[in-house]
Design a protein around this ligand. Sequence first.
Ligand code: SF4
Length: 451
Amino acid sequence: MTAINTSVFELLKIGPGPSSSHTIGPMKAGYDFHCLMQQLPQEQQEKATELKVYLFGSLASTGKGHGTDRAVLAGLLGYQPESCSPAILDGINPDNPEGILLPLGRLKLLFKPTDMIWDNQQHNYPFSNTIVMRLYSKDNILLEKEYYSVGGGFLQWKGWQEPKQGVPRYPYANAEQLLKQLRKHRLRIDELMLANEIAITGCSKRQIKEKLDHIIKVMQQSVERGIVTEGFLPGPIGLHRKAALLYQRAKAMPRSIDRMLVFLCAYAFAVAEENASGHIVVTAPTCGSAGVIPAVIQVLLKHQKLSRDVVRRALLGASAIGFIAKHNASISGAEVGCQGEIGVASSMAAALIALAYGCDERIALNAAEIALEHHLGMTCDPVKGYVQIPCIERNAMGAVKAWTAYLIAKESLPEWHKVGLDKAIEAMLQTGRDMKVEYRETAMGGLAKVC
Ligand code: SF4
C-alpha cells in the first residue's frame, strides 16, 4: 500500500461552489488548456478555427445545474479557482448566443454555447467525470487534452503521474498504520500531520500555520456572509435561503440544547447556501459538503470559546481522515455517492471536535468511524442537478451527526468499539461500487427523480 503524500492544502482548497468536481476541477482544466493554447506557436494559433469542450459522466448530466460550463469558461479565460472573484464568475454567461471571446495569444477565439458538448453519461474513460478539450483547425486537431475531475477539486489527466513531492516523515496509508505511527513515536495526530506536511511540501511550520489560519478565516467568512444573506438561491427550484432565519431564531432562544443545535445548523446552512450561490468556500473535503466543518469550527470558536490555536491543530489532525478516505475509497459523489462527500465531511468533523476537546487519537478515530458508518449507503440525488436539495440540509445533518458521533465515542470505552475506520471506508467504497449510476450525482435517481 503506497503511503499518503497529499498536502493538507490540496484537500482544503479555496474556490467557487457549488461542486468541487463540477466547478473547481473543471475550472482548473479550463485554466490548464488556456495556458497550453497560449504556448502554441503563433502560426498554429492563427490557424485555429474552433474549440470544443466535451463533458462526460455526471458532468454531462448535472454539469449545467452545477455551473460546470461557467467554470470551464472562467478557466479558459485565464482565471484560477482560488483567486477568481464571485463577481467575475457572475459576469460569465455561457448561454450568451453571441458567444464569448477567449484569448489565444494575440488573437481571440469565439466560443459559442454549442461548443460546450454535454456528451455521454456512460463512457469508457477511466474516471466518471471526464472533460475532453480539442482545439481545431477546420477538421484537424491542433491541440487536445483529456482531463479527469476526480473529486474534491482534484484534477488529473491522461498520462498524469503523481507529482514529485517530499516523502512523508511518518508514512501511513490507512487509519491502522496512522495509529501505529502515533504510538511508536508518541505523537499527537496534529504533530504527525505537521511533520509530514513540512516533509511533503517543504513549507515551514510558520507558513503552514498561516495557511491553515487563512483556511479557517475563509470558512468563517463564508459562515458570516451566509447568516446575513436572505432571498432565493439561483436556479429553477426557487429555494429560500434559510441560514439567516435560523440564526436569528437561535439568537432569540433561551440557552438550551436546542439553541446550540440551531446555531450549528444555521452555520452549516450558511456555508452550503453560499456554495449553492457559486461563492467562495473551502472544499472540506468537497464544495457540496463545505458547510459541515465550518459549522463545527464556528461553534467551537464562537460559542465554546476554544482558542484558534486549538482549532487549527484539530483541523490539521482531522485532515488525516479526509486523506485516508480519499486514498482508500473516494470523496467524489460521482464515484461513491454522498457518503463520500457529506459522510467524509462528518467523519472529519467528528474527529475535529474530539481533537479540539483534547481526546486521544483512539477516540478521535472512533468518532470519525461512527460518523462515517451512519452515512454509509447515502446516495447523491441533487434535485434538478442543483447542489441545494438535499445537499444544504445534509450539511446541517452531517454537522449534527458529527457532534453526536464525538459524544458517543468520548462517553464510551474505546476498547468496546468494534468497527475500525478502515473497515467503514472499505464498506463505503464497496457500497459506492454497488450503487447504480442513477445514485451517483447524475440527478436521475432518488429525490431527483421524484421531485
Ligand atoms: S447529494 Fe451530496 S454528493 Fe450529491 S451533490 Fe449534494 S452534497 Fe454533493
